[in-house]
Design a binder for this molecule. Sequence first.
Ligand code: PGA
Length: 250
Amino acid sequence: MRTQIVAGNWKMNCNLDESLHLLNALKLKDFSKADVEVVIAPPFTNLYPIHQNLNDSSIKISAQNINENEEGAYTGEISPDMLKSVGVEYVIIGHSERRAIYNESDELLAKKVTAALKHDFKIMFCIGEMLDQRKADKHFDVVKEQLEKGLFHLSASEMKQVVIAYEPVWAIGTGETASPEQAQDIHQYIRQVLAEQYNQDVADQTSILYGGSVKPNNAREIFAKKDVDGGLIGGASLDADSFAEIVMSF
Ligand code: PGA
């Protein structure tokens, strides 16, 4: 049985007070009824205070990015060891905003993946096509290439640390979502690519999340699809009620 995961990507939202407020609201929710790993990805500055305030909550903490180097003269960057030292378990790598706005290439992302694994993080690796690529029917080729270049240097056992988040760029923050059928088609394809590259066991064990305008009113339908193992949630994760409703959609 694959792990079902709902992860909230807070992006560059919430100062310290707001982050703690949101955390406290989430801690009041009873996630124990859903068979789901709940993950939140606050901004770097709030990771440690959030960790300190988790108490006995089962919520896991993710960083939104990681640097590929161990330490040194990389002004403004955050190393794997720094993240480890403040209680981070997951890292998001390759979010489309990092790829598009900060020009993070497949080659760089592959290095970040290696660095994160060396420090034993679980990885949420994001892939997904842009609107023109979808219109040109290139989405299958695009995600395959992103997988090959970003992840396929890993061994089968290393892949067990990786969660894939399929996020069509045209659906992120736009209010538009892939239909449950579109999500299922591409998730199934991703699983097939994993089976071809590794083996059926890796394909069956890898959690594949959908991201892109998941809201309380569409989560249930999307999560019901066979190859969708959860979601990476942006906007709706900033509201505790909405996020909890999405978690409980399983
Ligand atoms: P969204 O963001 O839910 O606001 O579309 C998803 C994401 O970027 O991970």
